[in-house]
Ligand binder design. Structure first.
Ligand code: CTP
Ligand code: CA
Length: 226
């Protein structure tokens, strides 16, 4: 019901969002993931949809329902998430990387289940995953689109790390939060970093924060197209 009262700040805009954790296989029955529940990314998808956008949600494994009116593509690994994002990125006005993408995958994943056969513990080797957000932000054939928004989960020094991460990724807007305060929770507080500094959005439900974020993005999109 509340949704119908939201101003249609993103009417006519296409928004692509990543959400949730990724899952990196060790063997066919085991893998490595993280504590992301997907709640924030799904809240952002819902808020963008409420604001009138056409929303695509590329989601790692979560236990959440697809927000009403949102197109959802399910993936597991970071590589699959990158492939799904790049397949859908052309024509998008906004990209929001909310997913907690695994930084590394298991390079020597086993095709069969690893057995306790007395030969010792598995020796996993890791390879670095592609950076989805940086790939989108750096794809020159997209001519400066979409408007890219990142998320950063830190465990300390949020203000310094957040500002540095935004610059390093080459994106106009980054949302910072403290990982162990947000993963799995219904509420959070976030910090928005842009080229003029940072703004704190105090403790609120993820949906309320997502709606505030969507209106901040809409404001910046408007300035950009002037
Ligand atoms: N991200 C991504 N692909 C990756 C890693 C991160 O798209 N392989 C995106 C996340 O979705 C998020 C942003 O980059 O929007 C920041 O993620 P974060 O893990 O905080 O930053 P990293 O650059 O991975 O740096 P680090 O984990 O070393 O702090
Ligand atoms: Ca990371």
């Amino acid at each position: 019901l509340v949704a119908s009262f939201q101003p249609k700040l993103l009417a006519g805009k296409r928004v692509l969002i990543t959400a949730g954790p990724t899952y990196e296989a060790i063997d066919p029955v085991r893998g490595i993931t993280n504590l992301s529940s997907g709640k924030m990314g799904y809240a952002v998808a819902r808020a963008a949809r409420e604001a009138g956008a056409e929303v695509t949600l590329v989601s790692g494994p979560t236990a959440l329902e697809t927000p009403h009116g949102v197109r959802r593509i399910d993936v597991q690994s970071a590589q699959q998430m990158l492939d799904a994002v790049m397949a859908g990125i052309h024509g998008q006005h906004v990209f929001i990387g909310v997913a907690a993408v695994a930084d590394w995958r298991v390079e020597n994943a086993s095709e069969q289940k690893i057995k306790k056969d007395g030969s010792g513990t598995p020796q996993l080797q890791f390879a670095q995953n592609p950076d989805i957000l940086a790939t989108v932000a750096g794809t020159t054939s997209l001519n400066g689109w979409p408007y890219c928004v990142g998320f950063a989960a830190e465990s300390e020094n949020l203000i310094a790390y957040g500002a540095a991460k935004r610059e390093k990724k080459g994106i106009p807007l980054l949302v910072g939060n403290i990982g162990h305060h947000t993963f799995g929770q219904d509420e959070n507080s976030i910090v928005l970093f842009d080229d003029s500094g940072h703004t704190v959005l105090p403790q609120a439900s993820k949906l309320q924060l997502a709606r505030q974020l969507v209106s901040e993005i809409a404001k910046r999109l408007e300035q950009r197209s002037l």
